[in-house]
Design a protein around this ligand. Structure first.
Ligand SMILES: N[C@@H](CCC(=O)N[C@@H](CS)C(=O)NCC(=O)O)C(=O)O
Length: 204
């Protein structure tokens, strides 16, 4: 398998999942402006949508969309318990959370990275995002992880999205429960390995 990633982007979520699952994989860094990879590939030929993440399987199939990729990874090693079994109500709950993260939080944050976004719109987006953080905070007040007592692929995704707050001028101090969650997930060895591999933190 090969993960196409950009440091600190949403591809960090499947990257964490791959390490949590203990799977073997290669990585290829994507230049999102040039749409080329460090390995010398034309990235648009890999993922015509031109964005990360993409996961190329050993048979050549390319999976895209973070919420789908992380479920594939979880199912590759059920023993790691990164997702409830397919077909169970709990699995639909996981999909509900992944979809919320993808559409409300991930895409709710994206405009804040764009220098062309007008300030008034940035304020609206930040306020709406605050409501989403409030919801997540209420959930995580009751339990350590989004699905309950155990870490799942949804937690790696939320960690990735919360990691962006420092770049978009959002003060996590307003959501101490989310900050505690962030620190809890950051302390996981697989997460540290992913951060080091992407050059986001130095090896301890
Ligand atoms: N719908 C996609 C969105 C992926 C996405 O937004 N990727 C960003 C990085 S976080 C990207 O590569 N942007 C560059 C571009 O759109 O050209 C998913 O959920 O995986």
């Amino acid at each position: 398998m090969k993960l196409y990633f950009a440091p600190g982007a949403c591809s960090l979520s499947p990257h964490i999942a791959l390490r949590e699952a203990g799977l073997k994989f290669d990585m290829d860094k994507v230049d999102l402006k040039a749409k080329t990879t460090a390995g010398g590939e034309d990235y648009k030929a890999v993922n015509p949508k031109g964005y990360v993440p993409a996961l190329k399987l050993d048979d050549g199939t390319v999976l895209t969309e973070a919420a789908s990729i992380v479920q594939y990874i979880a199912d590759k090693n059920p023993g790691a318990k990164l997702a409830p079994a397919n077909g169970t109500t709990e699995r639909y709950k996981l999909q509900e959370i992944l979809n919320f993260l993808a559409t409300e939080v991930h895409k709710g944050t994206s405009p804040l990275f764009n220098p062309a976004t007008p300030d008034a719109y940035k304020q609206m987006v930040t306020a709406k995002l605050g409501e989403r953080y409030d919801h997540l905070s209420t959930q995580l007040e009751k339990q350590p992880f989004l699905m309950g007592q155990n870490f799942s692929v949804a937690d790696g995704y939320l960690f990735t999205l919360l990691n962006w707050t420092k770049f978009v001028n959002i003060d996590m101090g307003k959501w101490p429960v989310l900050k505690a969650f962030y620190d809890r997930v950051a302390a996981r060895p697989a997460v540290q390995e992913a951060l080091v591999a992407e050059g986001l933190v130095k090896k301890a």
